[in-house]
Design a protein around this ligand. Sequence first.
Ligand code: UDP
Length: 281
Amino acid sequence: MEYVSPEGLRLDGRRPMEMRQIRAEIGAVSRADGSAIFEMGNTKVVAAVYGPREVNNLSICISALSDMIAVQNRSQQMSDQALVVYFAGYLIAVSLSICFSSSLQIRCEYSMANFSTGDRKRKPKGDRRSTEISMVIRQTMEACIMTHLMPRSQIDIYVQVLQADGGTRSACINAATLALSDAGIPMCDLVTSCSAGYLNSTPLLDLNYVEDSAGGPDVTVGILPKLDKVTLLQMDSKLPIDIVENVMQLATEGCKAVANYIREILLENTKQLEYRRGLMN
Ligand code: UDP
């Protein structure tokens, strides 16, 4: 299939190095400590941040125990051996949590709303893909949060895909950055993310679902723009070594464009807050 026309246009009319339109809104969930909506074209996600809140060893044990009970409820379909491995994993996790409970714990949950995709998603919550993306987002956000300033505490980051059209993990990272900023969580930089791929011998920025599902290589990058560091690099499929740098560079440019936009949104939000404060005084 032709993903780039002879005129150099993609199926949705974009140029190869053109990103989809991005839009963000801070404070979408009133009960959260920080929240944001982030859109990249037709992909739309919401992030809500709770915390930091104080935790102690007991609460860690209780949350691990409730997780174990949840697993046990699901375990009817599991073999005995799988169950033993699962419980052993939990016991190790609890022991580690207790050992390291003096540091900040960041929890992240990625999910897709049932109505977020064309074919209604019927997979149960917590499928393998969601678990992997939750972990990837958590690790990416950990790179920018100044964890040493909040010992013995926990931050919960919930990201949900409202509308999926490719690049949901990038959109979730961008939304989480805004939500963390909104919650006033100290961060050393803004972490931003974007993907790029390679189809019809052309590097393409910010793949949509049709391009993503073409089966070509797809690279997702996360960066700390001011510190000039890469915090996330994931690749689907194979990519010739001489092309990797080009595609990665393209995704990095996308991340920088997102960072500029996020800075504008944060600045605008701060101005509005100050204006409202001025009206109240
Ligand atoms: N997708 C879907 N149903 C699913 C999972 C994914 O329709 O259960 C679509 C969705 O549009 C998503 C795209 O497939 O954005 C690519 O998914 P991938 O796993 O590559 O992650 P993403 O690109 O969203 O970070």
